[in-house]
Ligand binder design. Sequence first.
Ligand code: COA
Length: 260
Amino acid sequence: MAYETLLFEKSEGIATVTFNRPAKLNALNHQVMEELADSIERVRTDGEVKAVVLTGAGEKAFIAGADINELAVQTPVAGKETSVGGQSVLDGLEDLGKPSIAAVNGYALGGGCELAMACTLRLASETARFGQPEVKLGIIPGYAGTQRLPRLVGKGRALELILSGEPISAQEAYRIGLVNQVVPAAELMAATRALAKKIMANAPLAVKFAMEAVSHGLEMSEQEGQFLEATLFGLCCATEDMKEGTRAFLEKRPAKFAGK
Ligand code: COA
């Protein structure tokens, strides 16, 4: 698929998806969501790609939410379909099996904040702002914001953001655990790539299973989550990477992981 609303680049094993509608602050319309779904599948199936970075074109916005022009004319049935469709695209991102990092370079509002939350990790520029302003438009978050936000920051803080609709600064987002790091705008992409490379230096299957244990474990009782952890731990013990990682440590040399 050729993309009109996204840029897709690959270098050093990292795919970068750039939302590219800067005149509309990279708002998510149906076309963007279709192209995003395609690019997620591309990342998933491309063996050369070990991690993906998602960011916004221009200096102002990561993504200023779902496209309000499309929202304004949505019927109830289409609205439900849009919500279910968007949730499934973001589930695909969360369950990619490879780490995804949102490099949040400006406004991350509504669907933009929801998309960042579906990523494995979030880095923000000092100028970024986060919010769920949907109630100001007579709607509620529809791309799983009501579910991921409380899981990330707790029920009380999530409800404050969702009910007030007011945006918060990058520093405040960091304070409440919504983002992992805040860096100067000029350093955002370099810091994001550096973090991706740090993760990519580790055993790929161990990284994948660790993400699965945390994400799926959060949906289970602690006992079930521990059982999942033990099962995935056992699976790691069957990998070549486990043999290589432990042997390399004992031989005092860097490990060379094959992802097998
Ligand atoms: N959907 C569609 N278009 C959007 C948009 C969105 N979510 N967010 C911004 N735009 C468009 C604006 O309509 C404007 O287009 P125009 O130049 O053709 O009029 C352009 O992007 C620039 O936005 P503008 O509002 O002029 O920039 P600003 O700096 O004054 O304000 C925001 C920035 C982010 C505060 C403001 O654009 C905003 O509140 N956007 C909507 C956020 C939102 O409610 N998102 C959740 C949707 S569910």
